[in-house]
Design a protein around this ligand. Structure first.
Ligand code: CA
Ligand code: CA
Length: 371
């Protein structure tokens, strides 16, 4: 139950934000969470229900104090405090987190989320972890699976695998016509033939999962036309010698060919046989800069390493952005309780590591016969 204080706060905030939204065109704020990069202001109405997904490679042990040995060279606790502020500003319904190193038990993630973004009526978050990736949701999770795809022993984690977590997000029938199937993955990084091949093998394993989802039998079945989203750190590097980004092409189109779908092409991963859409959100939804990783102290350009792919035959997008707290206006930072330094890893200027991607998916209003 929300306290009277939070209800009044929400009303006042809603009024202020409503007025602000009329004045500002570069952003739109809906209810009490920060929303940037709205794709179609006219559709921001009661005609649709939205589900907010946030995906973030949080970098090693950044979310937790240094209570466990951290991989060599990785800094523990760098996002303690920062993570909570960003979370409360964005208030995602579902989180996809990658690179939780050292691996943490579900209970540790659950306690963190319950503390930093408590749900109403004392409800618990729902957490599903596989390898170093996590799906967390305010709604129940079903058909949970985890894939250990590529064994990559690390000194501190000899059994570490790159892989994915996947599950059905059980959305409430009174608000949504359908559930949503979600996959989050962390791909091997770095250049070089062996690493490129690992990324391709990883993409192939996700394609096998998509094929199973769309066909009866096998390990998982979902109702036809259940929306599917794949979010995570795919380590997509543009301009690397020898890396044709086949792994990304595989995920989007189901094959490695660059051409559009011909007669001989196998069907794409979407329910209608078309390709998936690569969302490509921009920094603060401004449509100017498209990257999700940046470190000005290293000799690498910013890159869109992280992606959100989705079945656009059954899903729409209301808004999408990559949050950069540093370049956000001080007005918005103040209003949503985040600090300028929350955009940077460990708060050091120029060292961002990965930035969080946020998308508001729109669903059709439930029809009366489906209620
Ligand atoms: Ca199946
Ligand atoms: Ca499509």
């Amino acid at each position: 139950m929300r306290s009277w204080r939070s209800v009044v706060h929400g009303l006042v905030l809603g009024l202020v934000l409503g007025l602000t939204a009329l004045e500002a065109t570069e952003f739109l704020v809906e209810s009490d969470r920060l929303t940037l990069g709205s794709t179609d202001l006219t559709r921001q109405s009661t005609a649709t229900r939205t589900l907010r997904i946030m995906s973030w490679n949080v970098k090693a042990g950044s979310l937790f104090p240094a209570t466990m040995p951290n991989p060599e060279g990785e800094e523990a606790g760098a996002r303690v405090g920062r993570f909570g502020r960003v979370l409360r500003a964005l208030r995602p319904d579902v989180l996809c987190l990658q690179e939780i190193w050292p691996l943490r038990e579900n209970t540790a993630i659950l306690e963190l989320l319950n503390r930093e973004l408590p749900l109403s009526k004392g409800q618990d978050w729902h957490v599903h972890r596989a390898v170093d990736v996590v799906i967390a949701s305010r709604y129940p999770l079903k058909q949970k699976r985890g894939d250990r795809v590529i064994h990559f022993p690390l000194p501190e984690m000899p059994e570490f695998h790159y892989g994915q977590a996947l599950c059905l997000v059980d959305l409430p029938e009174e608000d949504f016509d359908t559930d949503l199937f979600l996959i989050t993955a962390h791909f091997r990084s770095r250049s070089g033939e062996a690493n490129i091949r690992m990324r391709e093998r990883h993409a192939e394993s996700i394609l096998e999962r998509l094929e199973d989802l769309r066909s009866a039998g096998g390990d998982i079945d979902v109702p036809v036309r259940t929306p599917i989203v794949i979010a995570g750190d795919f380590n997509v590097y543009h301009g690397n010698v020898g890396d044709d980004l086949n792994h990304l092409r595989l995920l989007i189109s189901g094959n490695t060919h660059d051409d559009s779908r011909g007669e001989s092409s196998p069907p794409g991963p979407d329910w209608d046989g078309s390709e998936l859409i690569d969302l490509s959100p921009s920094i603060n939804g401004q449509g100017k800069a498209f990257y999700t990783w940046r470190n000005d102290t290293l000799p690498y350009p910013p890159g869109a390493l992280d992606r959100i792919l989705y079945t656009d035959s059954v899903l729409g997008v209301e808004a999408a952005f990559v949050l950069d707290a540093e370049s956000l206006s001080s007005d918005l930072r103040k209003r949503f309780g985040i600090l300028r330094s929350d955009g940077a890893f460990a708060g050091r200027q120029g060292e961002y590591d990965h930035l969080p991607m946020i998308v508001d998916f729109s669903f059709a209003e439930p029809t009366s016969e489906n209620r």
